[in-house]
Design a protein around this ligand. Structure first.
Ligand SMILES: [Fe+2]
Length: 384
């Protein structure tokens, strides 16, 4: 038996859909955002204006960094507890949304701490219902966090990215306004877009795929293959909107189905070297697909994708697109020194076996994972 959630709770989409904030009925709203871009382009001011028009008092918390840590969540939590919002609104990339989700979790359930949250999560004891409304408004197109029941927070001491997956983290409303993505730098377009492609392909090639998510994932893959390069090159509103929608479809799909070892390895590298999540996935994706296609089911699905996306071989097409989007071919090319890589190797190997690697379509041993790590670091062929 499976329980699927195919749309999140509410999706509001289209250019200008940020104005939906003016229809909210909350009394005290916390707006959480990342770096400067949403402040500079006036989106936060507009959001505050809409919320004020709706009769809400507004608290704005800024400065969420990439790969948010438990310490950072704790810092925001103090401000939030003082303000006592009945609504949390995340505006920004995956980090802002993940941080806001974690803050809501600890704000809502005061018995949860950094030390016990994973036990509560593993045993399914985190309540599904919460009082604080959660609204996510992505300004990048990749993470899908606005539609998923998860957040990923970094344990800086353990150098480990910790996923927390529970129903109460599924936002009540996802607002997909493509106008917010227009100021994305090209590198962010490339990295976040390839994160979305990774979500869709890892979902599509996962043995847990169902018929409903097959439709979402396959359409997201072909749509991203077509529109992501256009979004990168031209940055038109239509291209940004297409990619924004396809990344959301990928998010819905992987939230139901699961991912694979690209994300398992990416979380290990991301935590060890504080790399952007999209970049870490983008480097690994073709290596992992090449390895996984020894599984006949994966190979059949990749052939289907080649047919659906009208290309000779989808993996070769991904490599070509990745090069066009200026993504390095390996972690060495991305600037990680060999000394730093080898110094972290044992930790990388240990952490790469965790998380989504456990649901990879091909079971990974420590030996095969060690070879995979060398391949993605040095840029070697997959010949093992
Ligand atoms: Fe991801």
């Amino acid at each position: 038996m499976k329980r699927l959630v195919l749309s999140g709770k509410n999706i509001i989409c289209g250019a200008g859909s940020l104005t939906a904030l003016a229809e909210l009925t909350c009394r005290r709203a916390t707006v959480m955002t990342g770096g400067n871009s949403m402040l500079k382009n006036g989106v936060i001011d507009r959001a505050v204006q809409y919320l004020t028009e709706a009769g809400a008092q507004v608290q704005v918390l800024t400065g969420v960094r990439k790969n948010p840590s438990f310490e950072e969540v704790d810092g925001y939590l103090k401000d939030v507890r003082e303000f006592r919002p009945d609504c949390m609104i995340a505006i920004g990339g995956g980090s802002a949304m993940d941080c806001a989700k974690a803050v809501v979790l600890f704000y809502e359930f005061s018995f949860l701490t950094k030390d016990n949250v994973l036990d509560y999560n593993a045993t399914g004891k985190i309540p599904a219902m919460r009082k604080t409304a959660l609204i996510c408004i992505p300004s990048t197109s990749g993470t899908g966090s606005e539609l998923t029941r998860g957040t990923v927070i970094t344990d800086t001491q353990a150098k480990l990215k910790v996923p927390i997956m529970t129903d109460c983290l599924r936002p009540d409303i996802a607002i997909l306004d493509p106008e917010l993505t227009m100021t994305m730098p090209r590198q962010v377009v490339a990295e976040t877009g390839l994160d979305a492609l990774t979500h869709a392909i890892e979902s599509y090639t996962n043995h847990n795929l169902d018929d409903f998510d097959e439709a979402l994932a396959s359409r997201a893959i072909c749509g991203l293959m077509k529109w992501l390069p256009v979004s990168y090159r031209e940055g038109s509103l239509i291209a940004r909107e297409k990619v924004h929608h396809y990344q959301a479809m990928a998010g819905i799909s992987f939230a139901n189905v699961g991912l694979g070892m690209v994300h398992g390895i990416a979380h290990a590298f991301g935590a060890a070297f504080d790399l952007a999540h999209g970049l870490t996935n983008a480097i690994i994706l073709p290596y992992a697909l090449t390895y996984n296609r020894r599984d006949p089911v994966v190979e059949e699905k990749l052939q289907e994708l080649s047919y659906l996306c009208r290309c000779e071989d989808i993996v070769e097409e991904i490599k070509r697109m990745r090069a066009e989007l200026q993504i390095p071919n390996s972690y060495r090319d991305a600037g990680i020194t060999e000394e730093a890589y080898l110094a972290q190797y044992d930790l990388l190997l240990e952490h790469s076996m965790l998380g989504a690697t456990k649901v990879n379509p091909v079971v990974m041993t420590r030996e095969s994972m060690g070879q995979m790590l060398h391949a993605v670091y040095y840029g070697d062929e997959i010949d093992f």
